[in-house]
Design a protein around this ligand. Structure first.
Ligand code: GNR
Ligand code: NI
Length: 160
């Protein structure tokens, strides 16, 4: 296992669309193992392959406090969403930046595992934000494109 360098803002690879994984082979497993180590070392809650310079639809995540909810998502797709949340978001590729985004409150995802089996996932709160954030990376989209002013929804409370 090894860590890989995380691509930072200014590198145009971050705006490119990643291609589906077709071969569930040893090379994919090495990529996943390296992404896992890179994510934990960087203290991120998720990492998309494009962030280590690989334009394939691969994500690792762990939104738990105690590293007990490690997930590998290959070719992930959002199948259903419920509600809305306006919460803070950051990105390992945009160090020092954070902002409020509008995301669904609950997100259901289907994805393949490292052997190609389809699995279903559900996330609320941070995990729902992370599913959306990582799948956006696979389509070349950064959270800054989803940012909203932190006052949104409070217009009526502003006195004139
Ligand atoms: O570490 C991360 N924190 C985070 C916080 C709120 C919503 C999404 C994230 S993902 C981010 C890691 C990262 O950049 N993944 O692509
Ligand atoms: Ni990110």
């Amino acid at each position: 296992m090894a860590t890989r360098n995380i691509v930072k803002i200014g590198d145009s690879i971050l705006n490119k669309k990643s291609r589906p994984v077709e071969k569930f082979d040893a090379r994919l497993h090495q990529l996943l193992d390296d992404m896992r180590e890179t994510m934990y070392q960087a203290e991120g809650v998720g990492l998309a392959a494009v962030q280590v310079g690989v334009l394939r639809r691969v994500v690792v995540m762990d939104c738990s406090q105690d590293k007990t909810d490690y997930l590998e998502l290959i070719n992930p797709e959002i199948t259903e969403t419920e509600g809305e949340q306006r919460e803070q978001e950051g990105c390992l590729s945009l160090p020092g930046e954070s902002g409020i985004t509008l995301r669904p409150a609950v997100v259901r995802v289907k994805a393949q595992d490292r052997d190609g089996n389809w699995c279903l996932y559900k996330g609320e709160g941070l995990k729902a934000r992370c599913f959306c954030h990582e799948i956006d990376h696979l389509d070349g989209i950064l959270f800054t494109e989803r940012e909203i002013p932190y006052t949104e929804g409070l217009e009526n409370s502003v006195s004139e």
